[in-house]
Design a protein around this ligand. Structure first.
Ligand code: HEC
Length: 193
């Protein structure tokens, strides 16, 4: 016979298991029936033929050892998904060929030997060009997990949390990315006029 406490514990655990199974079943059914995805997909990969070539070069030249792109690769290094919304083909080509000059900061792995990714800058020019096109096609919309830009709209809850938890010295050290985005959009605006 179970003691009273054991019965209560088993009851609670059993109840949670039942709720989980029901939730899972309902969500699965709902996602099968509806043609809309449950979550909006904000990262997209529409590769041109040159972009596809760049992708296969990327796969064969060990970039995966340190990077993640198209949703797979190592999470230890720099994620390349979404970078295409930040920079253009020229930037990527220049970065691959002349890493430190283009990066504007000291690099860790790209650059001159004996750095681990030194081989990248001596790949054939046509390969670098295709890789650059591939990278420029790794797009993501604002608010996706691979975007640098947070979701649209304001949240007073998040603002309050940030206000409460941000260490004082961060305020002078870092800029709020939303202010950076505002100034970026104003620049774009100015450019059009
Ligand atoms: C040994 C690890 C390593 C390998 C291999 C490697 N990378 Fe990188 N990559 C890095 C690191 C680290 C950075 C950040 C810059 C730095 O410190 O070198 C980076 C940065 C980048 C960036 C970012 C530029 C930016 O401005 O944000 C691109 C693009 C890139 N790598 C592409 C590639 C491609 C394409 C390959 C394969 C041909 C490759 N990398 C191979 C480690 C690596």
């Amino acid at each position: 016979m179970m003691k009273k406490g054991e019965k209560i514990l088993f009851g609670i655990v059993g109840f949670l298991v039942v709720i989980t199974v029901i939730n899972f079943t309902v969500l699965e059914k709902a996602s099968h029936k509806s043609d809309k995805p449950l979550y909006p997909i904000l990262t997209h990969y529409d590769f041109s033929p040159a972009g596809m070539r760049g992708y296969s070069i990327y796969e064969h030249d060990n970039c995966y050892d340190c990077h993640k792109a198209v949703g797979s690769g190592t999470s230890m290094g720099v994620t390349l998904d979404g970078l295409g919304s930040e920079h253009d083909v020229n930037y990527f080509y220049n970065f691959l060929k002349y890493p430190e000059k283009t990066y504007g900061a000291k690099t860790l792995d790209h650059g001159a030997p004996p750095k681990d990714a030194a081989y990248v800058s001596s790949l054939p020019d046509s390969d670098l060009h295709d890789i650059a096109i591939f990278l420029s096609e790794l797009k993501s919309d604002q608010g996706s997990s691979s975007s640098f830009e947070p979701p649209k709209g304001d949240s007073s809850f998040i603002d309050a949390m940030v206000d409460m938890w941000t260490p004082a010295n961060w305020r002078s050290k870092y800029r709020d990315i939303r202010e950076w985005m505002k100034s970026k959009n104003e620049d774009k605006h100015d450019g059009k006029q």
